[in-house]
Design a protein around this ligand. Structure first.
Ligand code: ADP
Ligand code: MG
Length: 316
């Protein structure tokens, strides 16, 4: 290869598709996606090769709810298939938005989506302790019926009952070589959507989809590590990470070292299920890729953060 473009994994959060409760429709999601892709296209124009990963929690919820409402007439959709459906649909939105951005900027770039399977260990302890809530809220009676059919359900903070599924650790990205080859050839790739489709290897060494959800930040870290990328950027709804988040003594961070991040984690500054997995994912990456750089910011500040003007940088 003659080019020496730097490679980044950019993990975009839920706000890249749904900005608020009033904007959940497909046109609204596309509008939000276009905004985020505008900023990522600027990054690509500045010389980065990018792999975009994304969440899919609400979108899987919509599919499950439709299936629930149509249950008298149509089959339900297994979770691995929901993963594939959303990777395709979200990938399409990102590809279309990027295509239009590239054209507007007279760039010859092209984007492609890779439906991505991620191997998990069938003996992962997570399978004994499902923790990830998915789908609609149910009343207690429905919850008990579902439980009798084999679901795990949990009471969710007084809001009703919900199905919970395991969240196993991602071990290997099945389509890694495909993603790498596309990136080396300067294609912008959308991959590992929703943390990837969780699959296990059965006794015959064949892949089987499982009813589980992989954390998208951990799956993105695995991709960043497997590709030894130069930058792992997590784009979410905040410009910077804070200490004492949401409290009167809140303090925004421009930078933290690995050691500081570990200390803040231990002190409980990062909320489980939101900021905590992001910091943990970044620590995994920085420990595995010593020359790597890691950044957390929101979509609109990506270009400025890359110039060193904002965002929270996590450094060795
Ligand atoms: P995403 O869809 O991007 O994964 P999450 O809601 O899971 O978004 O996580 C990002 C959110 O974490 C932020 O928007 C913010 O509300 C919350 N958060 C929790 N702790 C912190 C913190 N210490 N600093 C900044 N944001 C935090
Ligand atoms: Mg999240």
């Amino acid at each position: 290869m003659s080019t020496h473009r730097q490679v980044a994994v950019v993990a975009v959060g839920g706000n890249a598709l749904i900005k608020d409760k009033q904007h959940k429709s497909i046109p609204d999601q596309y509008a939000a996606a276009s905004e985020t892709m505008h900023h990522i296209a600027e990054m690509i124009a500045a010389g980065w090769n990018v792999v975009i990963t994304h969440g899919n929690g609400p979108q899987v919820g919509f599919i499950l709810r439709r299936a629930e409402l149509a249950a008298h007439e149509l089959h339900t959709v297994p979770l691995d298939s929901c993963g594939a459906d959303t990777q395709g649909a979200i990938g399409y939105m990102f590809q279309k938005a990027l295509h239009n951005e590239f054209k507007r900027r007279s760039m010859g770039n092209q984007a492609a989506t890779v439906v991505t399977q991620v191997l998990v260990d069938k003996n992962d302890p997570a399978f004994q302790h499902p923790t990830k809530p998915i789908g609609s809220f149910m009343d207690e009676e429905t919850a008990k019926q579902r439980m009798a059919q084999g679901w795990h359900v949990m009471e969710d903070a007084g809001r009703g009952w919900r199905r919970v599924v395991p969240s196993p650790d991602p071990k290997r990205i099945i389509e890694l070589d495909v993603i790498r080859t596309l990136v080396e050839n300067k294609f912008t790739v959308v991959a590992v959507g929703g943390g990837g489709i969780p699959v296990v290897e059965n006794e015959n060494g064949e892949l089987e989809g499982v009813e589980a959800v992989i954390d998208k930040d951990f799956a993105s870290a695995l991709l960043a590590i497997s590709m030894k990328v130069d930058l792992f950027l997590i784009s979410t709804a905040v410009e910077k990470v804070a200490l004492n988040f949401g409290k009167p003594n809140q303090q925004w961070l421009d930078k933290m070292t690995i050691a500081e991040a570990e200390q803040y984690l231990a002190e409980g500054h990062f909320k489980p299920g939101s900021m905590k997995p992001k910091i943990e994912a970044i620590l995994r990456y920085l420990k595995a890729v010593p020359n790597g750089k890691a950044l957390i910011t929101d979509p609109e500040h990506i270009p400025a953060a890359l110039r060193g003007e904002t965002g929270t940088w996590i450094v060795p």
